[in-house]
Design a binder for this molecule. Sequence first.
Ligand SMILES: *Cc1c(COP(=O)(O)O)cnc(C)c1O
Length: 361
Amino acid sequence: MTTIYNFSAGPAVLPKDVLQQAQQELLDWHGSGMSVMEMSHRGPEFGQIITEAEADLRELMGIPANYKVLFLQGGATSQFAMVPMNLLGDKGVADFVNTGQWSSKAIKEAKKFGTANVVASSEDRNYSYIPDQASWNLSGDAAYLHYTPNETIGGVEYHWVPNVGEVPLVADMSSNILSRPVDVSKFGLIYAGAQKNIGPSGLVIVIVREDLIGKAGKSVPTMFDYKVHAENDSMYNTPATFAVYVAGLIFKWLKAKGGVAGIEQVNIAKADRLYQLIDGSGGFYSNPVALDCRSRMNIPFRLRDEALENPFLKLADAAGLLQLKGHKSVGGMRASIYNAMPREGVEALAGFMSEFQRTHG
Ligand SMILES: *Cc1c(COP(=O)(O)O)cnc(C)c1O
């Protein structure tokens, strides 16, 4: 049987050990006689699951005590609305950096609730770089600044954290959360859809500084108010219980791997392996992103000869290297190599790419 490696951008690969544990516990969680899917979210069993998940996430990310951790639903996309609904307050203006399709979507949605001031954009060069912070045109009275630390589609990642003084920093970390250490205290709010680096889809995690909670206007629906979720420990309604459970298993897996500092070293090595191969291919393969902001998580690449794309994808598939097709809006290929992608998977892809060049170059 060929070993399969899944390079999907999301929902994405999960650690095999975690899937096996979930399988073992599927019918009977810890002698409870029930599957996690069947448990009351208000019972002691699930209470333990969500409490441990939060504690482990806090430990992994070093989340300070004055931040709430919320386990919500609606994906990162619902946060594009929920953030302005809760944080715009009386100011009515927020700043945005536009570095790709996900930042663009966040901007578009925020405009429904107030003024979205785009302080800088890399659209002029097809979202292939990050505008230098010195060039950002900050509005001065913004309620917050929103940016996307890793653009999943374009493969563009900040290797630095913007410094906007007292203005709360809001980050859509959907595709690089837990892949590297971050100083949470520099942020007002962090959100991340789970299906890239945390666990199953259906869950979005919000980490929010307490002083930013409670500013939602009266017309904001109950389910869209951070205050409601914070006061009810993410159980105002039924949370995505099974997704929270699997996320909790992932957090334990990551702790055993040396936490985010440990996995960061692996992530650097994995990404370097592919970028070096692409850059050393004499133009057979190419990556369009500026060197200083290439993503460690999502690596888009093209073939010099576009006609070879389909054969590449077909042969890759046959070799057990799955879901390498690039996002429909940009074409080409994309290898998503989140925390759960083992080094062997990247090695297998690199070997395949070298061989494909040898036979088709
Ligand atoms: C995938 C992704 C989203 C959308 O997530 P959903 O959970 O599908 O809403 C938003 N932002 C980024 C950076 C993403 O990678």
